[in-house]
Design a protein around this ligand. Structure first.
Ligand code: NAD
Ligand code: MG
Length: 383
């Protein structure tokens, strides 16, 4: 039987690479749902090629354009963010790939889990905002959350065949981003053009800035806690600029397993979608002789404060990671509009962590309120 996919955020970096995987494996995958926020042209092009049942364009102003292009092809068109939570529940959908960016992933992911759909999770923000609630819900509904993020896919791949063996710790690798080794004086004046140039990966704007500020690694620490049921002490971050080892697991006998390969998101995307099968691929292969040295160093959390904030948020618990996430979304958007400097992104996050109301055992409503309150306070931040 084919696996029917709903891809939320199909026009983005992960979404388009997922469609490459689907196009290469037409006997295995079928597209049921495609969604995008603003890129109507690409959404229409993708729908004409993959013939989903349904598409959603979140920006309602673009509904007429998408409808007039796809109605003649017998493809249903919905508009608005609320539609995402409905379409993921369709009976014909088996797996929901959450390839949309930011907090917007939370509500559709919860709806999909409640409807019993397996999740291929790229949208790490969902687990950062409400990891405890989402993973509990997945357990209750017997739904798999299969990681797409390359580090978490690496850990998951190391754990296959080891699920009965306790993890001593995981070692999350970080490329260090474009500003590895730079000091605060340098970072004070960096432009968004410099920050948007990642050395190893080509990704959407938000995650590229997060990688430059080490917030991405911070979000991944929180994501790993919830995916693999770890304590903060069991998560170590090590900088590995070549991005060949995608992460590692150390077991209780001291043995370490690593998953390796060239940096290519199609590998973890395909692994999550095809799990438990490994599909043949023609992706470029790694050649050890071209990488005579793989190097490792400590992350500099004095300079890149965001990584420290993520550990602080985990230690504090409650809604603190939700606060960090919302503050970071505003900080990145403001940096991309040239309204604040690179280092001020961390100042803004710290300000929100100090000011937003703390809730020890949040419900979904509390997370929604926290997100709103944080965005309001973040918008008032002045440097
Ligand atoms: P992107 O910006 O390239 O694409 C985002 C997609 O989501 C687009 O299709 C866009 O139309 C849609 N979208 C954006 N905002 C939306 C909203 N408010 N409501 C509905 N749809 C919306 O982003 P990306 O780089 O593909 O990243 C997607 C997710 O995957 C992020 O959570 C990111 O952290 C995660 N991720 C990405 C990579 C990567 O290599 N790009 C790697 C690991 C994890
Ligand atoms: Mg990653």
């Amino acid at each position: 039987m084919k696996k029917n996919l709903a891809i939320l955020g199909s026009t983005g970096s992960i979404g388009t690479q997922a469609l490459d995987v689907v196009a290469a494996n037409p006997d295995i995958f079928e597209i049921e749902v495609l969604t995008a926020q603003n890129n109507a042209d690409l959404l229409i092009e993708q729908a004409a090629k993959f013939r989903p049942n349904v598409v959603v364009i979140s920006n309602e102003a673009l509904y007429d354009k998408v409808f007039s292009a796809l109605d003649p092809l017998d493809i249903k068109v919905y508009a608005g963010e609320k539609s995402l939570a409905s379409v993921v529940q369709m009976e014909s959908v088996h797996i929901v790939l959450t390839a949309l960016v930011g907090y917007a992933g939370l509500i559709p992911t919860i709806a999909a889990i409640k409807a019993g759909k397996h999740i291929a999770l790229a949208n790490k923000e969902t687990l950062v905002v409400a990891g405890e609630l989402v993973t509990e819900l997945a357990d209750k509904n017997r739904v798999h959350i299969l990681p797409v993020d390359s580090e978490h896919s690496a850990i998951f791949q190391c754990l296959v065949g080891e699920f009965h063996n306790p993890i001593e710790k995981i070692i999350l690798t970080a490329s260090g981003g474009p500003f590895l080794g730079k000091d605060r004086d340098f970072l004070k004046t960096v432009s968004k053009q410099q920050a948007l140039k990642h050395p190893n990966w080509s990704m959407g704007a938000k995650i590229t800035i997060d990688s430059a500020s080490l917030m991405n690694k911070g979000l991944e620490v929180i994501e790993a806690k919830w995916l693999f049921g770890l304590t903060t002490e069991q998560i170590e971050v090590v900088v590995h600029p070549q991005s060949i080892i995608h992460s590692m697991v150390q077991f209780e006998d001291g043995s370490i397993k690593a998953q390796m390969g060239l940096p290519d998101m199609r590998v973890p995307i395909q692994f999550a979608l095809a799990y438990p099968v490994r599909l043949k691929s023609d992706f470029p292969r790694f050649d050890f002789t071209k990488y005579p040295s793989l190097t490792f160093q400590q992350p500099d959390i004095q300079t890149f404060r965001n990584l420290g904030f993520a550990f602080d948020a985990l230690n504090k618990g409650g809604n603190m990671a939700c606060i960090v996430n919302a503050a970071n979304e505003i900080a990145v958007a403001s940096f991309l509009r040239d309204e604040i400097g690179f280092l001020e992104m961390s100042d803004l996050i710290e300000d929100c962590m100090n000011k937003v109301s703390f809730v020890k055992t949040p419900t979904l409503e509390d997370y929604i309120k926290t997100d709103e309150e944080t965005r309001r306070i973040a918008m008032e931040f002045s440097c």
